[in-house]
Design a binder for this molecule. Structure first.
Ligand code: KG4
Ligand code: ZN
Length: 342
């Protein structure tokens, strides 16, 4: 079965073809980052308009690269939510229009399920069950994953998401958008002892997170500089920020592994691309004897491959999940726990 995946939930248009026999056939991505950069963040209306221009050319590209005809597509999976309403509507309408034209079933996929399953696309995929840390721009959740659609929420952020904390703190330091990669690069030049930022909820008994206080602590340091903050000091703050957030994320992962008794940890979502976090988790895995899995770097941030893959997994287990009514609605807010196992 060949599944076309369409991702358009935020500022990346992603198209991909996944074959349940042969694996990923092709994927193509257009990132709108350069367009949003001058505004310091994603402008929803501009995002929707850009998705409209990109989707069909990217579809043509993946068909060309896979050397298949449109008619070879067996089903179409699209991101139904969560995300920006207008942006989601573009992908949903293209997917459903194409489904109607080709007389193929369509399936709305949960964006976070795409991220959760993305490590299964790698050369050394994890086996179920595992603990997953989902860290993206909008979400920070620890889950127990027993199989496709079998997700149990273990803990989540009470306020800002990890990616949001990266982006907001980077903005306070005058770094560009998206802030995660920028602050991570700058932190490499920082002195680890220069500042000591709080590690919110590090010792709380639960598996929840809170990052808004960390962002406020960055703001306080920046404000305390009467003159403009110099480059070295910016790097020192970046280093303190990254050290604090990495400490909290690693500690909560260890706690989740202990609580569940599982020995496999999966990291998914954009912040999972972070080098310092990966180094710290790899060290902890050796010391504590657990395995840690990451998606390929290109599948950490938003992409069509994870949507095609999640769609294919669902259709394999539950073929009846495919729809042929082609009426579409999107779910900008859609908690993962509302996702039914089928
Ligand atoms: O998963 P994703 O592409 O989109 C959402 O579904 O939100 O995640 C985007 C987030 C942004 O906040 C971005 O700053 C962060 O992931 N990010 C990083 C890195 N690369 C992307 N954060 C820290 N270090 C990185 N290398
Ligand atoms: Zn995402």
């Amino acid at each position: 079965m060949i599944v076309l995946g369409v991702e358009s939930s935020c500022d990346e248009t992603g198209l991909a073809l996944y074959d349940t026999q042969r694996g990923l056939l092709a994927h193509a991505l257009y990132s709108q980052i350069a367009m949003h950069q001058e505004y310091g963040g994603v402008v929803p209306e501009l995002a929707s308009r850009d998705h409209i221009q990109r989707t069909i050319p990217l579809l043509e590209q993946v068909l060309r690269e896979s050397a298949i005809e449109r008619s070879a597509i067996d089903a179409i999976a699209y991101t139904q939510g969560p995300g920006l309403a207008g942006a989601l509507l573009v992908g949903a309408s293209v997917a459903c229009g194409l489904g109607l034209a080709l007389d193929r079933p369509v399936l709305g996929v949960h964006h976070l399920e795409g991220h959760l399953l993305s490590p299964l696309l790698s050369k050394t995929p994890p086996a179920f069950p595992f603990v997953a840390l989902l860290i993206s721009g909008g979400h920070t959740q620890l889950m127990r994953v027993d199989g496709v659609g079998r997700y149990e929420l273990l803990g989540e952020t009470l306020d800002d998401a990890a990616g949001e904390a990266f982006d907001k703190s980077a903005k306070l330091l005058g770094l560009g958008y998206p802030g995660g990669p920028a602050i991570s690069r700058l932190a490499e030049f920082g002195d680890p002892g220069a500042y000591d930022l709080p590690r919110p909820m590090l010792h709380s008994k639960d598996l929840n997170f809170s990052f808004s206080g960390l962002k406020t602590a960055v703001l306080t340091v920046v404000k305390n500089h009467t003159a403009n903050i110099c480059e070295q000091d910016k790097a020192n703050v970046a280093r303190a920020f990254v050290d604090a957030i990495v400490d909290v994320l690693v500690a909560k992962c260890l706690k989740a592994l202990k609580q569940t008794g599982l020995k496999r940890l999966v990291i998914a979502g954009g912040v999972g691309a972070n080098r310092q976090l990966r180094d710290a988790l790899n060290d902890a895995a050796v010391k504590r004897r657990f395995e840690v899995f990451y998606p390929e770097l290109e599948f950490c941030t938003d992409n069509g491959a994870m949507i095609a893959f999640a769609g294919a997994m669902r259709l394999q287990v539950h073929p009846e999940a495919a729809r042929r009514d082609y009426a579409f609605n999107v779910r900008p807010r859609w908690p993962l726990h509302e996702l039914r196992p089928n």
